[in-house]
Structure formats: structure tokens, C-alpha cells
Design a protein around this ligand. Sequence first.
Ligand code: ARG
Length: 287
Amino acid sequence: MTVLDTRTSIAPATTRVARTRHYLMCAPEHFEVTYAINPWMDVTNPVHVERARLQWEVLRNTYLSLGHRVDLIDPMGGQPDMVFAANGGLVVGGRAYGAKFRHPERAAEGGAYAAWMTQHGLRLTEPVHTNEGEGDFLALGQMILAGTGFRTSLQAHIEAADALDRPVVSLELVDPRFYHLDVAIAVLDDGNGSAPADIAYYPGAFSRHSQRTLRDLFPDAIICSETDAQVLGLNAVSDGHHVVLPSAATGLAESLRDRGYTPVPVDLGEFLKSGGSVKCCTMELHR
Ligand code: ARG
């Protein structure tokens, strides 16, 4: 009898190479849920302040221990969502495109992040159109994937392309649970090293034509299950090798391992109460 060793039929995983990254974070000093601007937020479900602080510290220390640089912006009183640094703008190659928030509750954050960017020598384009920074813009290779449907306007996609001098691919989000692009797609490899660009995504978050765009652009992408997407598993941050992701997304972690990545699970459960997780708390300043 021939016993087939199925392992030999599995192609060896690509060797993943980490690249040192530069992040911006904001301590959750004023973090709480005092308004509801997405389906995750429920003002009657209070944030455990001390637990949130510890979870955020673990995330920051995770980046530092992986060798990345983490800058901090001062938290502003009265801005409970400012901890979600990804929304503060989009920085690529020394240029910055500022955020202009959809909801008045978050409007003041735009100016705070813009001020930080100019103080740090970035060439800032002030936005005319509504956009929520890296929440809806994902830099990948030479292009930018851009989400619209809930927060960021289509006009902002054009404005961003102009401000950053990069081509933008617009994608339409249709499921209110996945109101930002960074909860529907995870960039695993930005394609700026030796490996090709690589993403994971949850197709159900997108309109039919955007699902087709994603299939055409990324035929080999990891397809994330609804179960993993529902715990915001795609709200992950990758350095090309280590993928820091919400610990509840166990199926996605397994798929990442199969592909040669090293999943680094962290628990950001308190931030889920506001509809955010790992990536939301992290702005990457792309070279
Ligand atoms: N409560 C925040 C909001 O609804 C969460 C933002 C999450 N950030 C993100 N990059 N997805 O605006």
C-alpha cells in the first residue's frame, strides 16, 4: 500500500523578510465610548480604562521589541477616538495628506495630526474632501488602495492621488460593520521589498465590482472568513514578516503561518468596543 505524504505536495512557504517601520501612536488617555458613529459603538457598554491602557502598552511594546520606531502624538482632551492614529492622515515618501473627518465628533483630530506632521518636516496637503487617513487608504507598492462608502469620499481619492503623486484604486465598502478599508483588508507585504505585494481581505465587505477588482489585482490573496473579519482580524499591521493582529482571529493567524508569516497576536478587546483594533491604533509613516 502506498501512503501518500501530503506534506510533500505543499509548496514551501516564501521566506518573509521584515523591514524596519516607523509608526505614530496616540496614548488612550481620553479613550472612551461617548458617542456611536459605527455599529460597534454602544455608549452603554463602558470601556475598562485601565485594561485599555495596558492593551495599548502591549501593542506599543510589541512594535518596539520587533525593532520598529514608534513616535507618539499628545492626546487631546475631549477626543476619545484620537487613539486611532491611523485615521490622522496618510504619509508616503515624505509627503502627507491630512484627514478631514466625516463626523463632527472627530473633526478636531484632523488639525492635531496635521500639526504633528508639519512639525515633523512632512510636506502636508490640507484636504478639501472628507477622508479618514489610513483608515481608508492603504499604501501598497506604488499604488494606494482607497475605500469609500461610509467615511472617505470618492473625491478624496482623487485628491490623495494628486497630493501623494500615486495612482489610487477605489474600492467600495458596503457592510456597515466594515466601515473603513483597514478592517476589510490587511496589507501583509507592501511589495516594496523582494516579495510581491500580498494582502488578506474579506470579500463580503465589498461591492460586487470591487470584489472583482480585488480578485483581478490579487488573485493569490488570503481570503479571510467572516468569523475572523468579525473580530477585526484584518485590522493588522505587518512588517513583511511579523503580522501583529487581534488574538481572536485564530483562523487568519493559521493562514498567515501557512504563507510564511509569523503572526503576533495581541488582545485589543477594549478597543473593539469602539470598532477599532491593531491597525486603527497605528499610523505607518511610509518611506
Ligand atoms: N470609533 C472610531 C470611529 O468610528 C474607530 C476608528 C477606527 N479606526 C480605523 N482606522 N478603522 O471613527
